[in-house]
Design a protein. Structure first.
Length: 313
């Protein structure tokens, strides 16, 4: 799933085998990967650990930890969060997501917003590896960057948070631990709950609960790409906006280079609206922020959508 050196892969395989059999190598793994041992909480099943885990904590603990919100993309995506970006087909969601990943991996401002440099992971369940590689290459060239950047991907691994939830959780956890990713895009929501009903709370809620668990355990931000319905509202259950930290509407007509971003929900921040243009060359693409005004009809649709999400939440 992830490109690694043979020696690194063999060493990790051996260490993880030791962990599965003895559970005594957590510190060694953390040292190899240069991460905190806390990342391994919940990675391996242990009835003893579960029975000894403290679930009731004193209020005084709130005074010992720093609750400052840390953003990966300024005012847009914070660490250890679960987010949804949604738009109509043809609204360039995958290009936008890859652009965000590339700029975070580079530590470059994205659409005028400051980023914190972190490795990024793109989980593709929709485009296919050949098409995805082409877009990644074009995005990196568009940012005038070297090809060796801390951006990683998986493609068509068939993660399913309903049918094979625990297996999917452990695989994604492994991907994040071995890459050090702090930003993870998943394209798209319907694919990671295949055979489920997007309109059912019973089916959607477990997916977001699992993503929340991963986000908190790994201090990683997840952004789920999702679609609009025929009414130009977000598609699916009313439980979706209640389960996420932010929800961003992406509007762009098929074949048009103009894009509008609008936060429909932003749990810990102010509402945000941005306009951008995507530029294509023969072998690259990149996004630039602009200040284009949109029609009254588009503004009205967005207002109705915010009212809908507010009532759902």
């Amino acid at each position: 799933m992830i490109n690694m050196g043979i020696a690194d892969a063999q060493r990790l395989d051996q260490v993880f085998t030791n962990l599965n059999t003895s559970g005594s190598c957590v510190t060694e793994v953390a040292t190899i990967l240069d991460i905190s041992p806390d990342y391994f909480v919940g990675l391996f099943n242990s009835e003893k650990e579960d029975s000894e885990k403290t679930i009731v904590k004193p209020a005084s603990l709130a005074f010992t930890n720093d609750q400052k919100i840390e953003y990966i993309i300024e005012s847009f995506i914070q660490k250890a969060s679960v987010n949804v970006w949604f738009g109509q087909y043809g609204s360039k969601k995958t290009f936008i997501a890859l652009s965000a990943c590339i700029n975070v991996a580079l530590g470059k401002d994205w659409l005028g917003l400051k980023t914190k440099r972190y490795p990024a992971l793109f989980i593709d369940e929709e485009s296919g590896e050949r098409r995805l590689q082409k877009r990644i290459k074009e995005g990196i060239i568009g940012e005038k960057a070297e090809k060796e950047i801390p951006l990683y991907y998986t493609s068509f691994e068939q993660f399913n948070f309903l049918k094979n939830q625990e297996e999917s959780i452990q695989k994604i956890r492994y991907c994040i631990l071995t890459t050090g990713a702090k930003l993870c895009f998943i394209d798209a929501f319907s694919d990671i709950m295949a055979t489920g009903d997007e309109n059912s709370v019973k089916d959607t809620q477990p997916v977001f609960m699992a993503l929340r668990r991963l986000a908190e355990d790994l201090d990683c931000a997840f952004v789920i790409i999702h679609h609009k319905n025929k009414q130009k509202d977000f598609r699916g259950s009313t439980a979706i906006p209640g389960a996420v930290d932010s929800m961003v509407e992406i509007s762009s007509k098929d074949g048009c280079s103009k894009i509008q971003f609008k936060t429909i929900k932003n749990r810990d921040g102010e509402p945000l609206k941005m306009n951008a243009t995507i530029h294509w060359t023969e072998n690259s693409f990149y996004l630039l922020k602009d200040a284009i005004e949109y029609s009254d009809e588009e503004k009205h649709i967005s207002k109705q959508l915010r009212i809908s999400v507010k009532s759902h939440s």
